[in-house]
Design a protein around this ligand. Structure first.
Ligand code: KG4
Ligand code: ZN
Length: 355
């Protein structure tokens, strides 16, 4: 049996988990900072790292206790090395280094996006895929299309050229006065809305597998803001988004439904094109936005291939997915030196751990 303790602090969740054999979750603790950041309508980096520092030791202790394990029962310690907020990453990385030093256990710095992909391996009914597969990672920080040819072998074929899908949900949620994070709030509001009440744009981009959500966000802003001047570029646009007062005749549920429909359409069309062009055997959907039911339904309906996604509670950030990715890396011989550095930006590619 291989037991791995993983730590994840890349954004606003302080998380630790123990997973055995890459598939069995023995414990999975997620301390969310959502209440802390809700008042700002987004993640406040300095508050995030401070909160990580305050809670990490208790979260790791609890993960070990719930797994009913001691450090002597572990084979390795894994931690999210990047990408993410640098101050937040550093808290987890330094804590993991300290643990590795104290216990003598091997240490593995793991790419957060690879973790999202491997959250699929934790689904109770999971069976090994027949590669190649298309992985669509859609979260608050990323929207990436990857062709996965084997374990750990990725080719990035496209992704967003501006906002990430989750970021678009969060910004439109804020615009509509919905609670943070915007994704689940918009999904809820959309249930009672008419998706054809507005005809929002489905972005076209130059790259065949690229995505763009900033035009959609601006279209929503134009449709709902009281001030006709609430458009423009750069800082002026960002100010307008934050301050926009809604027109009186706006039905929030309709806007939410139409926005969700447009965004999921864009993800569906691009994914279908990629799946066909690269002749994949399955599509794996991961990241916070993969919790979205409409997205799941649209992809499943549009593709004749198996479309898989993680259980709802593993879509958003957690440490079990980091342990699942670390499991196969551990057996492939991957180890990180004790002086490895956290990486704020880090793309997933074939030679992801090469330098
Ligand atoms: O993967 P994640 O926890 O963090 C990052 O790595 O970024 O993703 C968080 C994002 C947020 O933007 C949130 O609004 C979005 O996932 N999200 C959703 C849903 N649940 C979470 N978006 C759409 N529909 C949902 N049900
Ligand atoms: Zn994430």
């Amino acid at each position: 049996m291989t037991a791995i303790l993983a730590i994840e602090t890349s954004c606003d969740e302080t998380a630790a988990a123990v997973v055995t054999d890459g598939r069995t979750i023995r414990s999975n603790i997620v301390a969310s900072q959502v209440d802390l950041h809700a008042q700002y309508g987004g993640v406040f980096p300095e508050l995030a790292s401070r909160a990580h520092a305050e809670t990490i030791s208790a979260v790791v202790e609890r993960a070990m206790r719930e797994a009913d394990m001691t450090y002597a029962d572990l084979d390795a310690i894994a931690v999210t090395q990047g990408p993410g907020l640098i101050g937040s990453l550093l808290v987890g990385v330094n804590f993991a280094k300290g643990l590795a030093l104290a216990t003598g256990l091997p240490l593995l710095g793991i790419n957060h996006l690879e973790g999202h992909v491997y959250s699929l391996w934790l689904a109770p009914d999971f069976s090994e895929p027949e590669f190649p597969i298309l992985a669509l990672i859609v979260s608050g920080g990323h929207s990436e299309l990857l062709i996965m040819r084997d374990h750990g072998v990725y080719k990035r074929i496209g992704g967003t050229i501006d906002d990430a899908a989750g970021e678009a949900f969060d910004k439109v949620g804020r615009l509509l006065g919905l609670p943070f994070p915007g994704g689940p709030a918009i999904e809820r509001a959309a249930q009672s809305g008419a998706h054809d009440a507005y005809d929002f744009p489905r972005a076209k981009t130059a790259g065949a597998y690229d995505l763009s959500f900033s035009g959609l966000k601006t279209a929503v802003l134009r449709a709902v803001a009281r001030q006709p001047s609430a458009s423009g570029q750069g800082r002026r646009q960002r100010r307008a988004e934050k301050r926009a007062e809604l027109r009186d005749d706006i039905n929030i549920s309709d806007v939410a439904a139409a926005f969700q429909d447009a965004l999921t359409d864009a993800l569906m069309t691009t994914s279908c094109r990629a799946a066909r062009d690269f002749d994949v055997n399955a599509v794996y959907l991961a990241g916070g936005v993969s919790a979205n039911r409409l997205l799941r339904e649209k992809l499943s309906a549009a593709l004749a291939l198996p479309v898989r996604y993680p259980p709802l509670w593993l879509c958003t950030d957690n440490a079990a997915m980091i342990a699942a990715a670390a499991y196969f890396r551990f057996h492939a011989g991957h180890r990180s030196p004790l002086d490895f550095e956290a990486r704020a930006s880090w793309r997933l590619s074939e030679d992801v751990y090469a330098d």
